[in-house]
Design a protein around this ligand. Structure first.
Ligand code: KIV
Length: 261
């Protein structure tokens, strides 16, 4: 799977994405109709047991990206730039991105709007595919005052919409929309040419992503309300749950109304 193939799915069928942190799950996803594997820094919470994603290091992300790439050598893999590995300067972001790509990522993901425009355009000009991430950006959890739905006021919705447009103009090739009202995500998806991948952003994005451990009911914390546990209704294996997720995203059965804001 290549970026071009992922982009060609837009307006034909929803893109399926899950977070992935190891080789065995990666191999399972590769045979289960998951279009893209995100080595998310959510691994800091669900895998390492931290309260936030902030303690995740670049070395952690390189290690897990390598594990995933070995398990799914033909899958499209994007990896999160962890907190503190890209915000200082575009040059710092380039160095960190190069390390993730050397480990097996085809794209890097970074969080933020306005402040990231220069970095996105710097990376794009140097041949690094970039996925932006707006709305609820977990690396800013302290600045946001918690894991809260974003874009609920007219001003905040306009800000997020403008950020998404500017990130596309700066050269982002994909964008994650997290925990924003479904109507706002729908507007952004209509206006942008690049794929929008929603998580808690309603059914009208070009694709969906969930944290693997949340959709398998493995995370010991309380998962957000937009998560569905796919180990249900006669699902007797993890592989069946992943296939059910892929099927329900592709057929637009997930997310349902109760998973949106
Ligand atoms: O780290 C992660 O898992 C993510 C998803 C929540 C999109 O960024």
């Amino acid at each position: 799977m290549t970026l071009k193939q992922i982009q060609s799915l837009v307006r034909h069928e929803p893109i399926t994405m899950l977070t992935c942190y190891d080789a065995s799950f990666a191999a399972m996803m590769a045979r289960s109709n998951i279009d893209a594997l995100l080595v998310g820094d959510s691994l800091g919470m669900v895998f390492q047991g931290h309260a936030t994603t902030l303690p995740v290091s670049l070395a952690d992300m390189i290690y897990h990206t390598g594990c995933v790439a070995r398990g799914a050598p033909n899958s499209f893999i994007l990896s999160d730039l962890p907190f503190g590995s890209y915000q200082a300067s575009p040059a710092q972001a380039l160095e960190s991105s190069a390390a993730l790509m050397a480990a097996g990522a085809q794209m890097v993901k970074l969080e933020g709007g306005e402040a990231m425009l220069e970095t996105v355009s710097f990376l794009a000009a140097r041949g690094i595919p970039v996925c932006a991430h707006v709305g609820l950006t977990p690396q800013s959890v302290h600045a946001l005052g918690g894991y809260r739905v974003q874009g609920k006021t007219i001003e905040d919705a306009e800000r997020i919409l403008n950020e998404a447009l500017s990130l596309e103009q700066a050269g982002a090739n994909m964008i994650v929309l997290e925990a924003i009202p479904a109507e706002l995500a729908s507007r952004i998806s209509d206006l942008l040419a690049i794929p929008t991948i929603g998580i808690g952003a309603g059914p009208n994005c070009d694709g969906q992503v969930l944290v693997l451990y949340d959709m398998l009911g493995l995370y010991w914390g309380s998962p957000p309300s937009f998560v569905r546990n796919f180990v249900e209704n006669g699902v007797t294996s993890i592989e069946m749950a992943i296939q059910a997720y892929a099927h329900d995203v592709k057929t637009r059965r997930f997310p349902a109304k109760e998973h949106a804001f």
